[in-house]
Structures are given as C-alpha cells and as structure tokens.
Design a protein around this ligand. Structure first.
Ligand SMILES: Nc1ncnc2c1ncn2[C@@H]1O[C@H](COP(=O)(O)OP(=O)(O)OP(=O)(O)O)[C@@H](O)[C@H]1O
Ligand SMILES: [Mg+2]
Length: 380
C-alpha cells in the first residue's frame, strides 16, 4: 500500500467540511402524540459548520449529550442528515451504503471510544487487519505482500515487533495496545480524514498521552486531517490546533486551541474549563464566590429558545431567552468567535466600561468584541 499521493497534498487543504449540518432524531410516537398529530424530535445537532484540514487536528469539546458523536457519525455518513451538507474536497457528498459507502470510507475513517467493543473478541489481530486491508484493496496480490502490509500497519502504530502481536486476540492486549490496533485498522484504508470519538477516554491516564502522541505523529507523517472528540478541554489544548465547543447541539465557540482554552469567551467554555480538576484552583475555590453556571443540560426535545445555555448562564440577559446568538468574532485572534450576546456591539456599548457584560464573566481574560462573523465562515 502507498501513501505518497496523500502526503504530497498541501497541508492546509480542506478535506472534509460540514455546512449547516443538522440532525434531528424522531422520537417514537406514543398514543397521545398520534391522537394530537404532533411529532417531536431530539435536536441532537443544529447548524454545525466545521472544516477538517490536511495535517491539522480540530477538537470538538462538550459535555455528555451535546451532540459530539452525532457530528462524527454524520461526517462518517453512518447517519443520514436532516439538513445541511457534507463536502469532501468541496463536493457535496451523500452516501447511503454499498459501494459508495466503501469508497467514502477509504477516505474518511472513524476510531471509536471503546477498542474492546470495536474489535471482535473471537478473531485475532491478523484477521482484523487483513479484513480491513482486503476491503480497501491494500492487501497486495500474494501472501508476502499481505504480510508486508500487516507489518507496516503495526509498525505505524508502534506495536513492534509486529509478529509479537499479529496472532494475539484482543483480550490478550492492554487497552492502549487494543486502541493502537483499532487505529491501525483505520489506517488500513489509507484515509485522508480520521474521526476519533473520545479515542483515549477509556484508557488508563498513564497511557493516554502515548496514544495522543501516536495520533499526532500519524497526523504529521501522513498529513491526516483529524477530528478529536473529547470531554477534556485540557487535552484539546495539548493535542489540537483548533478547538470547537459544543453545547446542546450547537457550536458556541471556536478558535485556535491556545486562545479558546487560555482566553475563553463564552460562559459555557469558562464553565467547562473551571470544571476541569486543577489542584491550584481547588485550593482557591473556597474564597472564589464567582457563579460560573450550574444545573443540567436542557432537554433536546424542547430545547430552550434563544441561547440554549441561557437557563444555566450566570450572565444571561433578557435577549438571550428569545434571540439565537449569531457567531461574533472575538478580539484580534483570527478565527476566534463566540455565539454569545455579551459580545454584541450594542450590548457592549450599553455597558459601563469594566462591567461584567463588557468584559465577560472572567473579567481580566475576556477578549474585546469585534464584528459579526460571516454566516458561512469555514472555521465555524
Ligand atoms: N440514534 C439515536 N436516536 C435518538 N437519539 C439519539 C441517538 N443518538 C444520539 N441521540 C441523542 O442525541 C443527543 C446527542 O447525543 P451524542 O451521543 O451525539 O452526544 P455526545 O456529545 O457524543 O455525548 P457523550 O459525551 O456522552 O458521548 C443526546 O440527547 C442523545 O440522547
Ligand atoms: Mg459521544
């Protein structure tokens, strides 16, 4: 198998793009809804825009149920979308199954959270990787070529010497080794984009970094575009070039990872960062009375009007309960935006200088508002 054509593509080239991506899951109808002829749906993903580029990692961060996995599954074409578009190299793509799906899967692969569940316990590593190589027609024309391809795959994920692992069953490997096999299986397709749905969250803390470093190495060696889904905003800062924050099915903030994690603008991003364990902060918590937002995520069957975060937001204004915030560029960092009315010019102008609404919930770290972002910007 050869990777030459992939590695020669320009590093910033957009591979996969979501444009206004929307997914509503219909809720099974009960007798009452049949009688009243109403139908409801889980608004899992609404109007998501994102772009995955060659040689770059985009992190998608948010709490449980915010719609992260649904975005990945839509991008992998495992679910049909309700609205919006998915573009592969700029071309609108809808794949329903069969040969078209296999062709799509040679370019876009997924890695799942639980490597034990994604590998069949009754088959060896050799079986899993051979099958993937055959499906994607990289198994070569004879046994020697197949053996070479298998060794190359395991070498790539640093399971060496390969012969030590090829004939083992999944249960004979550690969690980290199993996830490396799952990554090797995804690489057997020779993909351009990798959608990694919480690839390290089931692993021991001590081996997470090794797997993230492997993914980073693969990104650089094979010029891969990676979507990294995580609850852990700190790992997004370490691993991802760009971070997007999702709340209750909508994107609320995005920008380069350093800016989003060091100078978060949206009150929800601040809440996420404050929720991450940090010994220094825990010591100061007793004296810190700032309200960062409490409560539970909302129902996605009847999501709140206006900003979906407003019932939990300590900075909520009357407008937030009725008007859906549009993405607003923040400060002077290109590509940094937040969908929050705190940064609307009219709101800022109406506040006395230095007030909470003018500076944002975190005061000293809050960026200055700028102009409204274009409605179809790539970085959204
Ligand atoms: N197949 C489905 N049918 C109906 N509802 C679904 C389906 N898949 C997901 N949902 C709902 O869509 C919402 C988003 O789910 P999703 O799994 O994408 O969230 P997530 O951010 O990945 O959460 P987690 O961090 O727990 O994995 C949730 O309310 C979930 O219950
Ligand atoms: Mg998920």
């Amino acid at each position: 198998m050869t990777l030459s054509h992939d590695t020669e593509a320009p590093a910033s080239e957009v591979v996969l793009e979501a444009v206004g991506l929307t997914k509503h899951f219909p809720v099974r109808r009960n007798l009452r809804s049949l009688m009243s002829r109403t139908s409801s749906a889980v608004h899992a993903v609404d109007d998501v825009h994102l772009a995955l580029r060659r040689g770059r990692v985009v992190a998608l961060v948010g709490e449980s149920g915010s719609g992260k996995s649904t975005v990945a599954r839509l991008l992998a074409q495992l679910y049909p979308r309700t609205d919006g578009d998915i573009k592969l190299h700029g071309a609108s793509t809808t794949v329903k199954g069969g040969r078209a799906f296999r062709q799509y899967a040679t370019r876009v692969q997924m890695v799942f959270q639980d490597p034990f569940a994604s590998l069949n316990p009754v088959h060896t590593i050799r079986y899993h990787l051979t099958r993937a190589l055959r499906i994607h027609q990289h198994a070569g024309s004879d046994t020697a070529e197949l053996e070479r391809a298998l060794h190359e795959l395991l070498d790539r994920v640093a399971l060496t010497p390969p012969e030590r692992y090829l004939d083992k069953f999944p249960h004979e490997l550690s969690g980290g080794q199993r996830q490396r096999v799952a990554i090797a299986r995804a690489l057997a397709a020779n993909p351009e984009a990798l959608l990694a749905d919480e690839p390290v969250s089931m692993l021991d803390v001590s081996i997470r970094l090794g797997v993230l470093n492997l993914l980073r190495d693969l990104k650089e060696r094979f010029n891969l575009a990676i979507l990294y889904i995580t609850h852990d905003i700190a790992s997004a800062r370490y691993f991802a070039d760009e971070t997007m924050v999702m709340y209750a099915g909508r994107m609320v903030e995005a920008g380069d990872s350093e800016t989003v994690t060091q100078s978060p603008a949206h009150p929800y991003t601040r809440l996420l960062i404050d929720s991450a364990p940090d010994p220094d902060r825990i010591e100061n918590m007793a004296s810190d009375s700032t309200d960062r937002g409490n409560g539970e995520p909302p129902s996605l069957i009847h999501p709140p009007a206006g900003c979906r975060f407003h019932p939990r937001c300590p900075m909520a204004m009357p407008r937030c309960t009725t008007d859906l915030p549009t993405p607003i560029e923040i400060g002077d960092k290109p590509g940094h935006w937040a969908a929050c009315w705190l940064y609307d010019e009219a709101t800022v102008a109406a506040q006395p200088p230095g007030s909470a609404a003018a500076t944002g919930a975190g005061g000293e770290t809050a960026p200055q508002p700028a102009t409204a972002a274009p409605s179809t910007g790539e970085a959204r």
